[in-house]
Design a protein around this ligand. Structure first.
Ligand SMILES: [Zn+2]
Length: 159
């Protein structure tokens, strides 16, 4: 192994935390948003963007140190990265492997893209509910107005 490879390894290996692989290329910033991670007060984070992937074309990888995401947090990723694979790292080795579980509904992950939907009315503090009609491709329907959501717009409506 060359010195470069060694230093690369040091940068990429984490001692404890969560590694999320197979995020579709370019979507890692949305993943951060889904996990409510912002740059100001958070653990060390490494992002790898747009590496070639046989499964996805290109993929992103996200590593969050010293935080083990829960299954519930991970399931929110179904919106952008249903194929993601997750490793919980403890003491530099994989302690657990998790995958995203896609339920029948995504609750309070994103709000309906239609501003005239009742779920977006301020005086109606309704939970935001999107029904999963299909997972490949991901097709979501608002529980309240019944309209199919445009995923590109929906990622701008993350809660
Ligand atoms: Zn709606």
């Amino acid at each position: 192994m060359t010195a470069d490879e060694q230093s690369m390894r040091r940068v990429t290996a984490i001692r404890n935390g969560t590694v999320i692989d197979h995020i579709p290329g370019g979507m890692v910033l949305q993943a951060l948003q889904i996990f409510n991670v912002d740059g100001r007060h958070s653990n060390p984070i490494s992002l790898v963007m747009n590496v070639p992937s046989r499964k996805l074309g290109t993929k992103d990888i996200l590593k969050i140190e010293d935080r083990e995401l829960t299954q519930e947090e991970l399931d929110r990723l179904a919106l952008i990265a249903p194929m993601a694979s997750v490793s919980i790292i403890r003491n530099y080795s994989v302690a657990e492997k998790l995958s995203i579980q896609i339920g029948d509904e995504m609750i309070n992950v994103a709000h309906c893209i239609y501003s005239n939907c009742i779920s977006n009315a301020e005086r109606e503090p309704l939970p935001h509910r999107l029904k999963v009609l299909k997972t490949s491709p991901m097709t979501l329907q608002c529980h309240y107005c019944g309209r199919i959501q445009n995923l590109d717009r929906l990622v701008n409506n993350l809660l």
